[in-house]
Design a protein around this ligand. Structure first.
Ligand SMILES: Cc1ncc(C[n+]2csc(CCOP(=O)(O)OP(=O)(O)O)c2C)c(N)n1
Length: 322
């Protein structure tokens, strides 16, 4: 697939921003500045960026508890994200939601979600709304391998298939659901095989190869936009960190060799090597880009740190609709 050089660099920039943002979030959690949960997306950056770069701004995504990558990939303001993580009043939810509740309707980001599997029916509903409005907008649900065992997954795929809704179901199969290996809980080798039950296309790609993800996502989005219904796109990937950041040592049940093996398949290093190999860029450009991203994330963090915290009386604001 032909992508112009600026778009390729922009994809790389977005992936690198997710990496630095989420590493900073984990560090800040351990430093005690982030009061809520942090589920790091480090290692999975190619999925969010490969998919979101196949979308228009008015297309919609629904995210998960591991939502920072999707939100940044769709174009959110990282200062307001960081402020939300720190519980500050200039955050996306005025500091009252935290990591798992960030949404930005202006860029089609309908929300993260702490309930595993709950995003699929929401994306399906958004697709139904687009169909009823006669618009050609597409929606995407991101979810994990664990979520693909939930009833909501099967209900959403069935209804979307029956009504030919413009939705793409993107399963990020990172092989583990919290501390449970998918080899013990998922009945199929490839989760995309489950698409056959609903008579929709099911595709598996290397989720650490942003170009492969982007190509498959572009085909699925095009299929949906043409009124041909949903696709189940499985991206095999891996998270580098423990399930969620914890204060104090926690056991990570994943074998050390497995973690190391997947780190060698680092999606950002791979994409950087691809850009250099194809002469889409040179190393000075990437080094400069790295510096800029570190500066932007550091700025977002200091902006969030000096921001005011919500006041007790703010707890009663935004509770009821007028
Ligand atoms: C309905 C529901 N059940 C259980 C949980 C607790 N929980 C939070 S994350 C998680 C694992 C989800 O695994 P997966 O869907 O594979 O996503 P990943 O964490 O790998 O990104 C579980 C069991 C929850 N939040 N919601």
């Amino acid at each position: 697939m032909e992508l112009d050089q600026r778009r390729l660099i922009s994809m790389y920039q977005r992936m690198y921003t997710i990496r630095v943002f989420d590493q900073t979030a984990v560090d800040e959690f351990h430093a005690g500045t982030i009061p809520g949960a942090v589920h790091s997306y480090v290692g999975q950056e190619a999925v969010a960026v490969g998919v979101c770069f196949a979308l228009r701004e008015d297309d919609m995504i629904v995210s998960t508890h591991r939502g920072h990558g999707h939100t940044i990939a769709k174009g959110a303001d990282i200062r307001r994200m960081m402020a939300e993580l720190l519980g500050k009043s200039n955050g996306y939810c005025k500091g009252k939601g935290g990591s798992m509740h960030i949404a930005d309707f202006s860029i089609g980001m309908l929300g993260a979600n702490g309930i595993v599997g709950a995003g699929l029916p929401i994306a399906t509903g958004a697709a139904l709304a687009a169909q009823l409005e006669g618009s050609d907008r597409v929606s995407v649900a991101f979810f994990g391998d664990g979520a693909s065992n939930e009833g909501a997954f099967h209900e959403a795929l069935n209804l979307a298939a029956v009504w030919k809704l413009p939705v793409v179901f993107v399963c990020e199969n990172n092989l583990w659901a919290s501390s449970v290996s998918s080899s013990e809980t998922v009945s199929v080798q490839d989760i995309s095989a489950r698409a056959a039950s609903y008579d929709i296309p099911g595709v598996t790609v290397d989720g650490n190869d942003v170009m492969a993800v982007h190509e498959a996502a572009t085909a699925a989005v095009d299929h949906a936009r043409r009124g041909l219904g949903p696709t189940l796109l499985e991206c095999k990937t891996y998270r580098w960190h423990v399930h969620n950041a914890q204060r104090g040592p926690i056991a990570d049940p994943r074998p050390e060799e497995e973690i190391e093996e997947w780190k060698r398949r680092d999606p950002i290093a791979r994409f950087g090597a691809y850009l250099l190999d194809t002469r889409s860029t040179d190393s000075e450009v990437l080094e400069h880009l790295h510096l800029q991203v570190h500066e932007r994330v550091a700025h977002a963090l200091s902006w969030a740190k000096v921001a005011p915290s919500p006041q007790p009386e703010d707890a009663l604001q935004d509770v009821f609709a007028n």
